[in-house]
Design a protein around this ligand. Structure first.
Ligand code: AMP
Length: 503
């Protein structure tokens, strides 16, 4: 069951429909997309790549992204998409780790990467003569692939140690796609706008749109003119965005409010959506457009979800706790919260989120020990801490490594962040634990003020009004912005370094 079957089918059922578009125009129909992918598959086979081999992708967003992915899949190859903003050395690490002998790279990346890699790996620049030569062969038929054959190596962000490649099989990607189609009630009359990197969740969700023969509109970079142009030309559009980008999209400098009706759904996830931000987003975009998803590279995009009607219900009931949840289990996913001893927790009890089902990765590429640690007894242990309530709603409290232990008590940064964001002068904040001689660890807040910086006492009062005294941050550090990964996630590791650097 090769995941490229999605394209084979769409080329029959939606042959003349738009498949891949830039913000301005459609570049390929499904018929043409399949023909290009099949030619590329032939070119890759002719250049000596055998089914099962990995092909790395160091590519910024462009319509060629899916051509390359589906071309590789049609040849029975496994893709290893990398975050386009990585350092060349980080690309080189992932490429060596995956064993890829060929890497597709966009012109912004290719020259530096080729210089770094030397003879270790062939770099093919997108749009260059080498790239076009790969399309010179007659189209090849799709190679059959076993369901458990690797299809996508998803490189984790590596916040602890070196990045690891989560091995996603053809079955994993199919399960993810089918679950999305079952749950989302979309991809029927809307198109997808890729405004986030295709190497991550956006690229994965796009597979459901290929399955339905809908248009994949690719934004080369997040900017106002291209974004508005895409919405003007291809509405209704749905897209994936991390919560920090959802916040930015409420600023008219990025998106004029009159374009909101052109949006069908905003799938947000990948990082916590704070309750105050969700309320603001609901007021700005309309609840019917908001769809939360929670997943991780190891169980791509598909662990739990909070669809619009459940968000609306929580809003109407004024139920902030539920609004701060990540919703209910996705279709085809078994979800539970377990104690350190591996026992299922009772409702409301905090433990580690564990997942099982066809969406769970096969393991980490060439990392037996890490794989055995992550998948135990058939359950993926996500490293996320949370609790489930009596109605099946999952609330994440934090990543286990971000939890603060102060004087023997657990403090979850998220609960402090939620409270600080109630203050109108706080635009963004992030709380970390720092070493303390007396308590072991204490919380410290990094704060971005929305205007003038208020006195710290105001924050103290707010925290003491809502939280136990020991959870109150011992310090508030004002910063102009919070460090974020190129996927838009706040980097607590960088904040810890910043704190250490202060002496
Ligand atoms: P990645 O594998 O890079 O997609 O990161 C996955 C991690 O992001 C998860 O393990 C969670 O810690 C976090 N995450 C993903 N979705 C959500 C969400 N909706 N709310 C809070 N955290 C999330």
């Amino acid at each position: 069951m090769n995941i490229a079957t999605l394209l084979e089918t769409a080329a029959l059922t939606a042959r003349d429909k738009a498949a891949l578009s830039s913000p301005h125009e459609t570049v390929l129909t499904y018929g043409a997309f399949r023909a290009r992918a099949a030619r590329l598959a032939a070119g890759l086979a002719a250049s000596g790549l055998a089914p099962g081999e990995r092909v790395a992708l160091a590519m910024s967003n462009g319509t060629e992204y899916y051509e390359v992915m589906f071309g590789a899949w049609m040849a029975g190859l496994c893709v290893a998409p990398m975050n386009p903003r990585l350092h060349v050395r980080e690309f080189a690490f992932a490429i060596a780790d995956s064993g890829a002998r060929l890497c597709f790279a966009t012109p912004d990346i290719a020259p530096g990467l080729a210089a770094e890699l030397g003879d270790a790996c062939r770099v093919v620049e997108i749009g260059g003569p080498d790239f076009e030569a790969l399309f010179a062969n007659a189209p090849a038929p799709m190679v059959e692939a076993a369901g458990d054959a690797p299809a996508w190596l998803f490189y984790t962000s590596g916040t602890t140690g070196k990045p690891k490649g989560a091995v996603l099989t053809h079955r994993n990607l199919m399960a993810m796609t089918v679950s999305f189609l079952a749950d989302s009630g979309t991809c029927v009359d809307d198109n997808i706008l890729h405004l986030a990197p295709l190497s991550h969740a956006s690229g994965m969700l796009g597979l459901a749109y290929v399955a339905r023969g809908r248009n994949n509109v690719v934004l080369p970079a997040l900017g106002k003119p291209a974004l508005e142009e895409a919405l003007k030309n291809f509405a209704p559009l749905s897209f994936f965005a991390v919560p920090t980008v959802v916040r930015r999209l409420m600023e008219p400098s990025l998106l004029a409010p009159e374009f909101v009706p052109a949006i069908r759904r905003i799938f947000f996830g990948g990082a916590p959506m704070y309750v105050e931000d969700l309320k603001r987003a609901a007021a700005h975009f309309g609840t019917e457009r908001l769809w939360q998803l929670y997943g991780q590279g190891e169980a791509p995009c598909t662990i739990s979800y909070m669809p619009p009607h459940l968000i609306a219900k929580a809003l109407e009931a004024g139920d902030d706790r539920r609004l701060g949840s990540v919703g209910i289990p996705r279709s085809g996913v078994a979800l539970r919260v377990v104690s350190e001893a591996g026992k299922p927790c009772t409702p409301g009890e905090v433990g580690e989120v564990a997942v099982s089902g066809d969406v769970v990765m096969a393991g980490y590429w060439a990392r037996e020990e890490a794989s055995a640690q992550a998948i135990r007894g058939g359950w993926l242990h996500t490293g996320d801490l949370g609790f489930m309530d009596e109605d099946g709603y999952l609330t994440l409290v934090d990543r286990s490594k971000d939890m603060i232990i102060s004087g023997g008590s657990n403090i979850y940064p998220r609960e402090i962040e939620e409270v600080l964001l109630l203050h109108p002068a706080i635009a963004e904040c992030s709380v970390i634990g720092v070493a303390d001689a007396e308590w072991g660890e204490v919380p410290v807040a990094f704060v971005v003020a929305s205007g003038e910086r208020p006195a710290r006492e105001a924050f103290d009062t707010l925290c003491l009004d809502h939280l136990a005294r020991y959870k109150r941050p011992r310090d508030y550090i004002f910063v102009d912005e919070l460090p974020k990964s190129s996927y838009g996630k706040i980097l607590k590791s960088a904040l810890r370094e910043q704190w250490a650097g202060r002496g």
